[in-house]
Design a protein around this ligand. Sequence first.
Ligand SMILES: Cc1cc2nc3c(=O)[nH]c(=O)nc-3n(C[C@H](O)[C@H](O)[C@H](O)COP(=O)(O)O)c2cc1C
Length: 224
Amino acid sequence: MNILDAVRARKSIRNFLPDPVPKDLLSGILEDACRAPSANNTQPWECFMLGGNVLEEVRQTNLEQLRAGVFPEPESVLIDWPKDSVYRTRQVDLAIELFRLMDIQRDDHEGRAKWMERGFGYFNAPAALIVVADKCLPETGPLLDIGCFLQTFCLLCTANGLGTCIEDQGVMYSKTLRQIVGIPDEKRIIMAVAVGYPDWDFPANAIKSSRVSANDLTTWVGFD
Ligand SMILES: Cc1cc2nc3c(=O)[nH]c(=O)nc-3n(C[C@H](O)[C@H](O)[C@H](O)COP(=O)(O)O)c2cc1C
């Protein structure tokens, strides 16, 4: 698959087949993802790749806390979108489209709660990447670099027949995640990525999220 095909084919996958992903494949993808650029080549990303019983324990612990109404404690900055902004509108549009595909009605509170659980359960993925950064770095400092790393990782997964969903839901219950996985205190938990073979029969995986055209957000300066 060439780069353009991978860019166009990548999308967030929100249900996976149970088939395990070979460790060698993930290891090779991570190796190549480390070619991502970073400021002054600082490479501030560090990874924990979860699978098997450990992932299962994290998944169940997340779900228990969500169902018990435990307040999430993410360690990295999460963006909030001003109510009257275009960003909030785009977020709502995405939710409307996902709920349409899943046939979840506006007043279906149980259906919405179940949908919410999917993210906290890593969308049933057989593997989950947790990216952390050293706490000696400023909280927001490494985020651009890690963004480059994550996109490279996701594109490589796509090119290898895997699906991904970058998800902050997967790092919301950071205390138990840290404890179960054994993430050292000096590392800040940044983001999760669910990884596995896509379940193409799952309705929400048919999504094609919209985009604003580059024409509408690019100011050309110095071109004729
Ligand atoms: C930083 C970040 C956090 C995200 N967190 C979640 C999440 O918690 N749950 C989820 O379902 N999708 C999450 N996503 C996926 C976005 O919803 C998705 O990228 C966006 O809707 C565009 O769709 P696409 O990835 O299919 O192109 C996240 C993506 C990013 C980049």
